[in-house]
Write a protein that binds this ligand. Structure first.
Ligand code: BG6
Length: 498
């Protein structure tokens, strides 16, 4: 490895949000405990939560403010006791029934009181950390209680943060969108895709648009194909209830995978403003060639890990997929003829998320007898997780008297950067929601376009893409390898080759 990890920070913008209140619905739930409180506490410790800001948890369970503070205390790791206490002083709790209009009236009064008490502006970020089917009734009640209305003079704002799933096909997504827009303007809606909160995913844009050297080769003239992998070692765990309704295509492709594909392949936005970035993303997604429904089996592979049907909560004859591999083609000048192979699965050989840009072979080799086609193609790997960073593999001479050539890896690891403090995806996204920066949140048109692409697949793949069973701990089903063999290519192994 080259010792190249040298960080010369020359440009840094860190903005703290204005004071406000974060209202968390689903405050005693799993997401809030595992992700939101630790993230908020970290923001607080870093001075990225305003001193005057408050957090109000809402759920059905009856807690006093103090009891709730003790309930979340164990989730606040990494700080001193006095920091924990300082943070908890800013936490309140309001119990109630989500379906009862009175609850929203009393919540409104509670928020008004809190804001008056601390002279807070009525900037409110409402996080719905709960199942999507509850969004419409909650939003309707919030709206009826006047809790979503922003003052016309722009003196304060109301943002609503939502978690996926945003529909399960085109029609349901459109219906949900209509509901959301009955109560909210698009610029109040913050749809989370937690992959966009990962530094390494954001770095795709820096890499592509803040460097000169990549853009000239970032196209069909130089790139042979792209492999995008999100592999997990975990199975469905305790989420069978959700997963049996979703499956991998809905759970990973429609959101995380497509967002990453868009960031790797989109054109340069006119600026780094939220809408300029999201305009380019949606344009790219619109350029993806619809799957050929008459020959779906040639471009999509569906798999299920052996043993999935015996997991608690899974139907014994379940046909839900835990693995998908697919070939995407993008019909525009930049990517004409360049396949993008995407795969994701549970219970695979390794936990690994990466985007590998595989370049073409050199047109001619002067290093006879080594032929151009025998040389390993240069490959740039954007490592999303774990081992976050980047690796460029190039051809180089091996030291010594002989003519020996081989792949040389130039590696950059985020973990080796001095002072590089890791920032959890949820921290970044919560911060942005409080700052009113929608760049990393999914816009309504992206959701619609992604469902346009995947709904026909979901409706037609039953017969054409038979469920291929794969052994846990492998790189997925044989059929996935065949998808690439057919194109004379192969997947990068999930675990290093010995
Ligand atoms: C979630 C999916 O969105 O992403 C899960 O619902 C998946 O099924 C998870 O396990 C993967 O996220 P990460 O950040 O662990 O790669």
């Amino acid at each position: 490895m080259l010792e190249s990890n040298y960080w010369r920070g020359n440009f840094c913008i860190e903005v703290s949000p204005a004071p406000g209140t974060l209202v968390i619905f689903g405050a005693s739930g799993d997401l809030a405990k595992r992700k939101l409180y630790p993230a908020l506490f970290h923001l607080f410790r870093r001075g990225l939560m305003h001193e005057e800001s408050r957090i109000v948890g809402c759920a059905r369970t009856a807690y006093s403010d103090d009891a709730f503070r003790e309930h979340i205390r164990p989730e606040l790791a990494g700080g001193s006791e006095s920091q924990v206490n300082d943070f908890l002083k800013r936490v309140y709790y309001h119990a109630g029934d989500y379906f009862a209009p009175e609850f929203y009236g009393s919540l409104g009064r509670r928020l008004d009181d809190l804001e008056r008490g601390c002279e807070l502006p009525a900037n409110r970020t409402i996080y719905l950390a709960m199942p999507a089917k509850l969004y419409p009734p909650i939003l309707e009640n919030l709206s009826n209680a006047g809790l979503l209305t922003e003052p016309e003079d722009g003196s304060s704002w109301r943002h609503v943060v939502l978690e996926k799933p945003f529909g399960r096909d085109f029609d349901s997504a459109e219906a949900l969108d209509l509901q959301l827009h009955r109560y909210l303007k698009e610029d109040q809606i913050y749809r989370i895709d937690h992959y966009l909160g990962k530094d390494t995913v954001q770095n795709i844009l820096m890499l592509r648009f803040a460097n000169l050297i990549f853009e000239p080769v970032w196209n069909a003239h130089y790139i042979d194909h792209v492999q995008l992998t999100v592999a997990e070692t975990l199975g469905v765990e305790h989420r069978a209830g959700y997963y049996e309704q979703a499956g991998l295509l809905r759970d990973m492709f429609q959101n995380h995978m497509l967002e990453m594909l868009a960031m790797a392949a989109m054109e340069m936005p006119a600026s780094f403003s939220p809408d300029a970035v999201r305009d380019e993303k949606v344009k790219l997604i619109r350029s993806i060639r619809p799957f050929d429904l008459a020959h779906l089996g040639e471009s999509v592979v569906r798999g299920q890990y052996a043993g999935y049907r015996s997991e608690p909560g899974v139907a014994p004859d379940s046909t839900i997929e835990t693995f998908v591999a697919a070939r995407f083609m993008i019909d525009n000048w930049r990517w004409k003829g360049v396949p993008f192979y995407l795969r994701s699965g549970k219970k695979l050989a390794a936990r690994k998320s990466e985007i590998a840009i595989v370049f073409k072979h050199v047109p001619h080799s002067i290093f006879t007898p080594i032929r151009a086609a025998d040389m390993q193609p240069d490959t740039l790997v954007l490592k999303v997780q774990p081992d976050e960073g980047m690796e460029l593999t190039i051809q180089a001479k091996q030291p010594g008297p002989k003519l020996c050539m081989g792949g040389l890896s130039l590696n950059f690891r985020y973990s080796e950067l001095p002072g590089g403090e890791s920032f959890e995806a949820y921290e970044r996204l919560l911060l942005d929601a409080m700052l009113g920066d929608q760049t990393l949140f999914i816009r309504s048109d992206v959701i619609a376009e992604s469902w346009k692409l995947f709904t026909p697949v979901l409706e037609n793949w039953g017969e054409q893409c038979p469920l291929a069973v794969y052994a846990p701990g492998t790189d997925g089903p044989e059929e996935s390898f065949r998808l690439l063999f057919r194109d004379d290519r192969e997947w990068r192994p999930l675990t290093p080759e010995l």
